[in-house]
Design a protein. Structure first.
Length: 273
């Protein structure tokens, strides 16, 4: 079996939420670099446009900005309509639910408002978008026959970006974030059981420390400690998370469903005595 056939994502249609910055940008870049058509969505329209231009220029795939405030139900519905009506897409091979928000504050004064905000975007809207785009994912799955050489189909794939803070008690006081991500991990398992019969796999990447805007404070104050405390001696690189997504979106990952894959160098295994 040839590796390039097992991991091929060329010409796949991909939507990456939060795809203009941070981990989402790393994922978008990985798919475009391997010939996919990637829609990049977040509420920052200028960042989406800039990322789409830069990634398309690098090629060989294509990136298209499709900005939306994904915390809003109406905006999620508009995104789904525009993907079909304005862009003419009749199928979606890969949905990467990456958009998220975090909030940190001590237990005594953690704000109530940051529960609804964080849970809505990090958890509820993952279900919303997967539900709205379900027909396009099913259409992609129904067109895929098993490959003659590998015996594997290339199913439609939903990849939810979780966190190791859903697997362990985090160092930071991010109560709503870690709870939302734990909910996301289990939602992924539920959806895997429900959507698997429709030819759609659903999996989670539990990401560890990557250098992003969301982790800027930790990177500024704790980066050396995070590197030294990781079994691999480093933080995550763009290829780490992009490679995991490409695996799950390709024939190589076609029998992986309902899994939580830790993309963290093994740091979730380390006890803090």
């Amino acid at each position: 079996m040839k590796v390039n056939k097992l991991f091929d994502v060329k010409d796949k249609v991909v939507l990456v939420t939060g795809g203009a910055k941070g981990i989402g940008r790393m994922i978008s870049q990985g798919f475009v670099a391997n010939g996919a058509k990637v829609y990049i969505s977040s509420r920052d329209a200028a960042a989406c446009e800039a990322a789409a231009r830069e990634l398309t220029a690098a090629g060989p795939g294509q990136a298209i900005a499709l900005p939306a405030d994904l915390a809003s139900l109406a905006e999620c519905e508009r995104l789904a309509r525009e993907l079909q009506q304005r862009h003419g897409e009749t199928k979606l091979h890969v949905l990467v639910n990456n958009s998220g928000v975090a909030w940190g504050a001590p237990f005594e004064n953690f704000p109530d408002a940051q529960w609804g905000r964080v849970l809505t975007l990090n958890l509820q809207r993952v279900f919303t978008l997967t539900q709205l785009l379900g027909p396009l994912l099913e259409a992609a799955a129904s067109n895929e026959a098993p490959d003659a050489e590998t015996g594997c189909p290339s199913p439609a794939s939903v990849v939810n970006i979780g966190s190791i803070d859903a697997l362990r008690v985090p160092l930071l006081d991010n109560y709503s974030y870690s709870a939302a991500k734990a909910g996301l991990h289990h939602l992924s398992r539920v959806l895997a059981a429900k959507l698997g019969p429709r030819g759609i796999t659903v999996n989670t990447l539990a990401c560890g420390p990557f250098d992003t805007k969301m982790t800027a404070f930790a990177m500024k104050t704790m980066k050396k400690d995070m590197e030294e405390g990781n079994p691999m001696g480093r933080i995550g690189a763009p290829g780490d998370v992009a490679g995991a997504c490409i695996f799950l979106a390709s024939r190589a990952g076609s029998f992986v469903n309902g899994a939580t894959i830790n993309v963290d160098g093994g740091v979730h295994l380390m006890a803090r005595m």
